[in-house]
Design a protein. Sequence first.
Length: 138
Amino acid sequence: MNKEDWKKFEASLQHPFAGGADLKADGHDLQIRVTPLKNLRYTISVYVDGYIKSEYMRPGSAIGAKFYRAEKVCFYGRAAQAKLMKECGKRFAKKEIADATRVIHVSNWNTATALRRHLTKTCSSIELVRAGYPAESA
């Protein structure tokens, strides 16, 4: 993809009513849409071949690593980590927290620029199929 295509791609993901974008990357069809996350908060969701599957979010998933955002998740919350450090000592707590931390892949992105950087880094071929809504024909 050239610079103009990336500009169209990012413009189609600026707000929820811009129409989203469709890409073809490494043999997979990607549907990228702006979807609501919370009240008055939106996120960019990536659908691989039309789906968001939980198997792509698991650690070690090749498709998840290629198209989704990596996020570290710890079994212990911040308060539990502090309590563990206080009760068991810093050395044991750090080892236990590291063992309880996993990297999962999440299908949402905060910005189109971050998604673009990740796709250009991980995919060998990217083709823009559609950006925004198609032009109306009279």
